[in-house]
Every structure is written in structure tokens, then in C-alpha cells.
Design a protein. Structure first.
Length: 657
């Protein structure tokens, strides 16, 4: 499918049902890839040449309709970022339209059961009227509570007490329909086997952190532990018991009964797959159903996101079932290019980060962007939940490593913080990598930094965004606002460089004045367009233009005064309303409503409307052709006009009067 650029001024419900080409098809795009993760990110990446037909209409906030998966309708994606061009091609990043729910506010409420929760959530939601929420999960007993206003998408997942955390399930985002399903995919008996359709495979199976039983408990108002029954999940000769604090599941002063605690423990075990080894299988394989020869004989070999498949690779001892947790879909070719199979936590953490990404573009052009960033960060921290602590002994010196995590166990937490003698670090992939933090030497790694002042000796990077830059001594500064670059010396404007997107021109304005008003030096204002250069005076009146005309010829036009082309002081061409002058030292051509004179020293050729004269000024000799006097020859100043050819009597023509 060719992606379609839609008219983002229309209602989303209208765009979903719009079967036209909208503002136009992006037929010149070189690639369009959609990445979708189980209960995670759903994004589009498109590469488009700058000279594409609808390039000027592609803007942040716009909407693209594209095929995102093998089955189902094309999906709407809202453009979140457009990169600077590389070799004439820009990369357009867009999020699924469901990310618009980041902009909503769901007021506090409490409810019981999934159907009631979704219904109440919809009535308490401010914004996002076009979206609908549904589920096929049967749960009428679990309690849900939203204590502070927050976005609908934040409530979907990525935090304790979210819909995923309470009810489990898998999300299906289908344009404006958000469905929380017990099982989004199916197990169609598809087997991936080395030698058949697997091209590459790696597996990690973490049994060490797999619990076989749960001992649930609740801490009451008197700080006493109320125990539930031991819940055996997997029969094992060497049981591993998870001590599970369920205090946050119960509120009020009433102490829960043992049966209530047991029910909550069972719900936790089911939602978190307690007892199931954390299998992570990354498989590269040939999607046989996408090949012509298999389209009829292997109809069940197709897999989609959240489907369950069996992976067999005898050499590595791999024979396991796992879900499809990520798909990469080529919209232009209409086929999957990558499918990842493995274990994925029930979290929308990667999409929650879209809240700050969506707002980043909006605050980048605002003068008080730091205030907005602080406000967002304050809200983020205020809405955070409590953390759990794990302590590990290190060596024999009595020292410890400390871990902070958002689930009762370190292994089950998608966010982990650790600090030890080497520094402080944060992980978002269950401790596989520590992607942010600071070490004991003061070296830091962060995703983004917001600050009032950053003092640095050097800054290295590919992109620097901002509004004001200063030299080391503060005398010189560069102000970037919208598409206007103003360079100052102290409070004096020195140069203004601007561009207008719709007019496709670059303007240079030089001057010296106090900030706020620019008085052009010598009245010079310059536009550079695709076809030429135009000079203006201080009143923005066009003075002259150098350009290529419609026939491909180079033209120089003057709108006031003469045109002068010069090299040094002697080689000059001047063009005015009254004539043309050429002067290159001793040679000149002139026409000022009179004759044209070509001269070399005292010798000249003179041409007018009535005569032509050849003159040797050294000997005062001339030959004239004149309308009134005819041919005239003069030597040393003496001669005759009206000369002609006559017969000398001997049959010869001679010059005579």
C-alpha cells in the first residue's frame, strides 16, 4: 500500500472512514516501516525525498494512513518528528493514533470489574471523545482505582495498578478502537524448525528467577502480617517461594480474610505467569505464507502479533512455545520483514515515554520550555508509586549492592535502579543493560537533560536545538527563533538570516542598530531564490535582479538607475534608459540617443542614423558615407564630398566629382 497523507484538520472519525486519497499519496517515499510490539510501541518510520510532490504538506501533527499489519484495515499515524534531510531525504516518524490518548485526562474514580472500569474510565475521560474502549475479559471482582488525574494511555499500563496490572491481557489498537483482550493471538500449531524456515535463532531461559510457589501476606493497620495459604504453582523437588506482599491490593481498616488474600495471590500468579520460565527467543525465519509457492499449501503457517508458536532447534536443545512479541511490517511491499518471538512483560512503558516525546515538539518553540519540562517532570514524579528494595551482599567486607524496583521481585520489574561503589544506574530491560546513570568518576549517561544553565568546555553531537547561543565572552550571540537567525554584537544587530517555508527563499539583512529594529547598512536587503538574486533598498523596494528567465538566459534587470558591470576602474559597461556605454581603457562603444563610436586611440568608426565615418585622427584623414553629401574623402583635412565614379574616356571608371 502506498501511504496516504490525510487532512489532519478533519475529525479522526472522518479520517478512519475516508476512502479517498486525502491530501495525496506519498508515492515517492522510498520506505515505510511499521513496528508493533505486544503491549508496547506502535510506530511508523517513513523516508521521503525533499522533492516529493506533497513534501511541503508533511508536518508534525499531520496524519498518515498506512497498512500496518497483514490483516485488518489501514491504520492512522500522527507525525511526531521529521529529521533534517540527509542526501535530500528526510525521515518521518509517526505514532499510532492511539497515542493521542496521551493528551487526555482521566479524573479519579474507583470501580470493580473490567467492564465497569472501562465504562467508568470513558465517562471520566476529558478529551479523546472519538475513541472507544472494549474488552472480552471476564472479570467482575477485581478492584481498580485511579487516584489522581492522568492520561488514559498512562492507565493502560506501565505502572502498578494499571489496567494491565489489575486485569492482565493484551491490547489491540485498531485506529480509534482500543481493545483489552484476554488473548489477542492464537496458537494455530505453527512450528518454526531449523532447516525448514528458521534462518537464525538465539535463546535464553532464565530458570533461576522462576518461582514455584507463592506465600501471600498483607500487613494490617497494626503492622502485623496476615498470612494467606501457600499457593503451589509448579511441583518441584526444590521449591522456590515468592513472599508476596499484597497490602496495596486492599484498602481501608478492614483486615482481609484468608480467602480474599488467596484469591489475590491466584490473580497475581495468573497475570504474571508465575512458574513459567522466562524464555526469550529471537528468531529470524522465512515467512512461508508470504511466498508464492506456499500461499495455498501452508495457510496455517502465518503468524501475527501475540500468536503462540513452537520453536524447534535440536542442536541448541530448543523446543519451546513462545508468543510473537514484536513485528516489523513493510507497508510498501505489504509483508513482514521481521518477527520476534519471546517473553514480554505486561507493560506499556515504552509508549508512556511518548508523553514527553509528544510534548517535546510543542515546547521546543516556547520561550518557557524549561518551566513546561519541570511541570511535566513534577507531574510524572507525583504520580509515581512506591518501590521495593533488594539488598545483595558483596564480598566478605560487609558491603551491599542495593536495587530499587517497581515490582515485588527484581526479576519481575521492568524498571530497576541500583547503586553501589561504582555509581548509580537505571535499567528498563530487566537489568540486561543499565542505560542511564552516573559513575563514581562523575561520568553520566542520560536520555535527555533539561537545565537552566549548562557550562561545558566542549559539546559533541549530531543535533543541537535551542533558541540562544553565546560566545565565551558573551559579546557575540546567535538567536534562533522559528526560521530566523539573528546575530548580535552585544545589543547591536549585525546580521539577520531568515527563510520562509512557503516562499522557498533565503534572505540576508545586514545592519547595525539596537536590538529590536534593524536598519540595513547602505540599504542592502537580499533575497536568494531558486531562480535568482534580488536586491532591495531599506524600504524593501526592488532595486535590481539577477536571474534566469523562462528561456534559460541569464538576465540582469535594474528597476532604478543604470546597470554597471566593472573590472577595476577602466573596464566598465553601463546600461541605462538612454544608452549603453562600453569602456575598456582605449576602446569604447557608446550610444546615448546619437551615434555609436568604436575607437582605438585617435582612430574611430562612427555610426549614426545618417552616416558612417572612418577616421584616422593621426593624419586627419577620413572616409564618410552621408545621406546628404554622399561619399566624401578627406586627406590632411582637404577633400571633397559628393564623390562618385565617372568614365575617364578610355573605358575606365575612376573616382571623381
Amino acid at each position: 500500500m502506498i501511504p496516504i497523507l490525510m487532512d489532519s484538520t478533519k475529525l479522526l472519525s472522518t479520517l478512519v472512514n475516508d476512502n479517498t486519497n486525502g491530501l495525496g499519496t506519498l508515492s515517492e517515499c522510498t520506505s515505510c516501516i511499521v513496528k508493533e510490539e505486544r503491549n508496547g510501541a506502535f510506530t511508523l518510520e517513513l523516508k521521503l525525498p525533499q522533492n516529493a510532490k506533497h513534501f511541503s504538506e508533511v508536518a508534525v501533527g499531520g496524519v498518515i494512513k498506512a497498512k500496518a499489519r497483514e490483516a485488518g484495515d489501514p491504520q492512522l499515524f500522527r507525525i511526531s518528528k521529521i529529521t533534517k534531510p540527509m542526501q535530500g531525504v528526510v525521515t518521518v516518524y509517526a505514532n499510532h493514533i492511539s497515542y493521542d490518548l496521551n493528551k487526555t485526562s482521566v479524573l479519579p474514580f474507583s470501580s470493580t470489574g473490567i467492564v465497569t472500569t472501562l465504562s467508568t474510565m470513558k465517562t471520566k475521560m476529558q478529551g479523546g471523545d472519538a475513541f472507544t474502549l472494549s474488552t472480552d475479559i471476564v472479570n467482575t471482582s477485581s478492584s481498580f482505582s485511579n487516584k489522581v488525574p492522568q492520561s488514559a494511555r498512562a492507565l493502560f499500563g506501565g505502572q502498578q495498578g494499571s489496567l494491565l496490572d489489575v486485569f492482565g491481557g493484551e491490547y489491540l489498537f485498531d485506529n480509534l478502537q482500543v481493545s483489552l483482550l484476554a488473548n489477542r493471538g492464537n496458537d494455530n500449531g505453527v512450528t518454526l524448525r531449523y532447516g525448514k524456515n528458521i534462518t537464525d535463532l538465539s535463546q535464553e531461559e532464565n530458570i533461576e528467577n522462576t518461582y514455584t510457589a507463592i506465600q501471600p501476606y498483607v500487613v494490617d493497620s497494626n503492622e502485623n502480617a496476615v498470612l494467606g495459604d501457600l499457593l503451589t504453582v509448579v511441583q518441584s523437588a526444590e521449591p522456590k517461594i515468592l513472599n508476596l506482599d499484597l497490602s496495596n491490593k486492599f484498602s481501608g481498616n478492614d483486615t482481609p480474610t484468608v480467602s480474599q488474600i488467596d484469591a489475590a495471590a491466584q490473580q497475581y500468579a495468573t497475570a504474571n505467569n508465575v512458574g513459567v520460565p522466562k524464555v526469550s527467543i529471537k528468531v529470524s525465519f522465512v515467512a512461508l505464507w508470504q511466498t508464492e509457492e506456499y500461499k495455498d499449501i501452508a495457510p496455517l503457517e502465518r503468524v501475527s502479533l501475540c500468536d503462540t508458536v513452537t520453536v524447534v532447534f535440536e542442536k541448541l536443545g530448543v523446543n519451546a512455545k513462545a508468543k510473537v512479541v514484536s513485528t516489523t511490517y513493510d507497508t510498501l511491499r505489504e509483508r513482514y520483514t521481521e518477527i520476534e518471538i519471546g517473553d514480554a512483560r505486561s507493560t506499556l512503558a515504552s509508549t508512556i515515554s511518548g508523553i514527553s516525546q509528544d510534548s517535546k515538539n510543542a515546547v521546543a518553540n516556547a520561550s518557557g520550555f524549561l518551566d513546561n519540562t519541570i511541570q511535566q517532570f513534577t507531574s510524572l514524579i507525583a504520580n509515581g508509586l512506591g518501590l521495593f528494595i533488594t539488598r545483595e551482599a558483596v564480598g566478605e567486607t560487609g558491603g551491599y549492592k542495593y536495587y530499587l524496583h517497581n515490582r515485588p521481585t527484581l526479576a519481575d520489574s521492568q524498571y530497576q535502579w541500583t547503586f553501589n561503589s561504582n555509581g548509580f544506574a537505571v535499567s528498563q530491560d530487566y537489568g540486561a543493560t543499565w542505560s542511564a546513570g552516573i559513575d563514581a568518576e562523575g561520568n553520566a549517561v542520560f536520555n535527555s537533560i533539561a537545565a537552566n544553565v549548562i557550562n561545558a568546555m566542549e559539546i559533541h553531537g549530531s543535533t543541537i536545538e535551542g533558541s540562544k547561543f553565546y560566545s565565551g565572552n558573551g559579546d557575540y550571540s546567535l538567536d534562533l527563533w522559528a526560521a530566523v537567525y539573528t546575530m548580535y554584537y552585544k545589543n547591536y544587530v549585525r546580521t539577520v538570516l531568515g527563510s520562509a517555508q512557503t516562499a522557498s527563499f533565503v534572505r540576508f539583512l545586514t545592519g547595525s542598530a539596537t536590538s529590536g529594529n534593524v536598519a540595513p547598512a547602505d540599504g542592502i536587503l537580499t533575497d536568494i531564490t531558486a531562480h535568482g538574486i534580488t536586491l532591495y533598498n531599506s524600504s524593501k523596494e526592488a532595486l535590481a535582479r539577477l536571474y534566469i528567465d523562462d528561456t534559460g538566459n541569464v538576465r540582469i534587470d535594474s528597476y532604478s538607475g543604470e546597470i554597471t558591470l566593472a573590472r577595476g576602474n577602466n573596464s566598465i559597461v553601463k546600461i541605462s534608459d538612454t544608452g549603453i556605454a562600453l569602456n575598456t581603457g582605449d576602446v569604447g562603444i557608446y550610444s546615448y540617443s546619437g551615434e555609436i563610436t568604436l575607437a582605438r586611440g585617435k582612430n574611430s568608426v562612427k555610426i549614426s542614423d545618417t552616416r558612417i565615418a572612418l577616421v584616422n585622427g593621426n593624419t586627419n584623414t577620413s572616409i564618410n558615407l552621408d545621406n546628404s553629401t554622399g561619399l566624401g574623402i578627406f586627406i590632411n583635412g582637404s577633400g571633397y564630398n559628393g564623390l562618385g565614379f565617372v568614365n575617364d574616356g578610355n573605358g575606365h571608371a575612376v573616382l571623381g566629382k
